[in-house]
Design a protein around this ligand. Structure first.
Ligand code: ZN
Ligand code: ZN
Length: 594
């Protein structure tokens, strides 16, 4: 998991979208266009802008009605016309990558609006809480100024929920239940704590009175939506409700837009099936070696998965303690950095250290993720990157033990490779060498996750952990999770896999606990395609590297390959492949350009 800290966007000057005579240099013209595009994008989507750390439009709340959806289509079509003035072939590689990302975004957003229409069947798309919470909890401006922004933004909350109710038609049961749960939670943002803050603020008496009135109206609107959904819920019988399964017709285009893979979903699914079998074979091999070390003369189970499962359970008992956990992680980061340097695997930047800390209490991932990278965006590249590690202090002892067993001595190393070095943190250092707002707003999730998953295997291939079978076994288990995520997502949404078979896949073939498997079943009902992104990125990166090795033979240099691969930033792997096919001298801004 990677959480991007809110980015303070550069004050890009808003310009009217009137046509300006294009300057002669296509790169300069495109750069100007990209700046304008980002400014217009942030103005059109104020909620997205707030999440990205751009607050100039924060007072305006988008009311999700038919008019807003029509306006979006008009906005997207206008941007498509503006983009069509550029010939991507005439642009330098980094800008061409931005061009592709913008085009994909415009097509994808129009497709969601017109064809996917989740605004109709997913009631959880409607929730006003997050932007309000960000405005209240982010110290981007003086407190009173932020409260005034919140006050203005509150005005249209009742109109927002009226539009939400008018938009929802024949929703799924699962998204309805989620919307109920999340909107009930949203009420917390508009509770007594906020009112106390307003009373203690420097706002005038009239403003304070208006604030109290609007908070009350916002609460009533949320409660109204919750009551409406609660009344709707019992009518959502299997015959009445829309199925949570997306179906092939919607799944395939969604996969194309969201993953932007060089593979079709069928090709990826086949690769995932093959990878699953190879991983299980490899795990069996390691489990056979480990059995006598851990079980002595006790007879080995005949059945493959029983053997692997028992060895995993035994190996998992070696783990840290809650009080030592953060320090253990900290110590390991230094060791990983030294190893990457000694083995010459990829460039690092000692001037931008990674600070390991306990996940702050306000961070939403505290309850869920064991660790995450909290990184500055390209507009604040000198800010500190944090590695948030969950101190587990608010967990029950049972939950602590279960987390510690999952992230045992061996698995913790895989996790640190993935999240930090040379995974997400290292990738981000490279991405920030060529800062681009387009790439930070429209970055490719599969490339980012694929890289992190790729480094797990790459580190072990290069000798991290001295080939300990325990470490290979845990790495295989970690990778099996990403492989099974892909199999699960496609099987559930397109092939109609049952809950029973899904749990069997996760628990019997991927060695997950029942809690983890049930959590995954819930996630696959509520999301689609996203679960394929880890393996999609990994499979493409790994195959690309193997092809480069074959093609270059003796001349293949792993560090050079990694540095160049990362130099393009968070763009789809298939775009990087195209860009890397060009002579390196063309890459003026690449760190390893000749
Ligand atoms: Zn990740
Ligand atoms: Zn234990």
């Amino acid at each position: 998991m990677r959480g991007l800290r809110v980015i303070v966007a550069a004050a890009a000057v808003m310009s009217a979208s009137c046509a300006v005579a294009p300057p002669t240099d296509p790169n300069a013209a495109f750069r100007a266009h990209a700046d304008r595009f980002v400014a217009e994008l942030m103005a059109f989507y104020p909620e997205w802008a707030i999440q990205a750390g751009e607050y100039r439009h924060a007072a305006r709340l988008t009311v999700p009605d038919d008019a807003a959806r029509a306006a979006e289509l008009k906005f997207l079509a206008g941007q498509q016309r503006a983009l069509a003035q550029f010939d991507p072939a005439a642009l330098e590689p980094l800008l061409r990558a931005d061009y592709h990302q913008i085009r994909n975004f415009l097509e994808s957003a129009a497709w969601r609006n017109r064809t996917l229409r989740s605004w109709q069947w997913d009631p959880s798309e409607y929730n006003v809480a997050t932007p309000f919470a960000l405005l209240l909890n982010t110290d981007y401006a003086p407190a009173d100024e932020r409260l005034r922004t919140v006050l203005a933004r509150l005005e249209r909350v009742p109109a927002y929920y009226a539009a939400a109710q008018a938009s929802v038609q024949r929703p799924t049961r699962e998204h309805t239940a989620l919307a109920l749960q999340q909107n009930r939670g949203a009420l917390q943002v508009f509770g007594d704590e906020l009112l106390a803050r307003v009373r203690a603020s420097g706002l005038g008496a009239d403003e304070k009175a208006l604030f109290a009135q609007r908070v009350q109206a916002a609460r009533a609107a949320i409660e109204g939506y919750v009551a409406w959904l609660a009344a709707l819920e019992p009518t959502l019988t299997p015959g009445q409700a829309r199925s949570f399964r997306l179906g092939r017709e919607l799944y395939e285009p969604k996969f194309r837009y969201d993953i932007q893979s060089g593979f079709t979903i069928e090709q990826l699914y086949e690769r995932a099936q093959g990878a699953k079998e190879r991983l299980l074979q490899d795990m069996e091999r390691h489990a056979r070696v480990l059995w006598p070390r851990y079980f002595g003369r006790k007879p080995m189970p005949k059945e493959r998965n029983a053997l692997i499962g028992q060895v995993i359970a035994k190996v998992s008992t070696r783990h840290s303690k809650p009080a030592r956990f953060v320090d253990d992680v900290r110590a390991q980061i230094g060791a990983l950095q030294a190893f990457v340097r000694e083995r010459d695997l990829v460039d690092q930047d000692p001037s931008k250290p990674l600070v390991v800390r306990e996940t702050p209490p306000y961070n939403p991932v505290r309850g869920v993720a064991i660790a995450s990278i909290d990184a500055p965006g390209p507009f604040d590249p000198d800010a500190t990157t944090y590695y948030n590690v969950n101190p587990m202090s608010d967990f029950t002892p049972e939950r602590q033990e279960s987390f510690l067993r999952e992230y045992n001595h061996w698995m913790l190393q895989i996790l640190n490779i993935h999240e930090a070095v040379p995974g997400h943190y290292t990738q981000l250092l490279h991405a920030n060498r060529s800062p681009s707002l387009v790439k930070s707003l429209l970055g490719s999730g599969p490339m980012v996750e694929g890289w992190a998953v790729y480094t797990e295997r790459m580190m072990l291939e290069n000798g991290w952990g001295n080939d300990a079978p325990e470490l290979w076994l845990m790495m295989d288990k970690f990778q099996l999770r990403t492989v099974c995520n892909t199999i699960l997502d496609y099987s559930v949404h397109v092939l109609g896999m049952s809950e029973e078979d899904a749990l069997k896949l996760l628990m019997q073939d991927a060695f997950q606990t029942e809690t983890e498997a049930r959590g995954k079943w819930r996630r696959v009902q509520l999301t689609s395609v996203q679960l394929t992104s880890y393996f999609a990125g990994f499979a493409e990166i790994y195959e690309f590297r193997e092809q480069q090795k074959l093609a270059l033979g003796e001349r293949f240099d792993l560090k050079r390959f990694h540095n160049r691969f990362l130099s393009f930033g968070s763009v789809p792997v298939k775009v990087i492949r195209e860009l890397m096919a060009e002579p390196e001298t063309a890459l003026a801004s690449s760190p390893d350009a000749r």
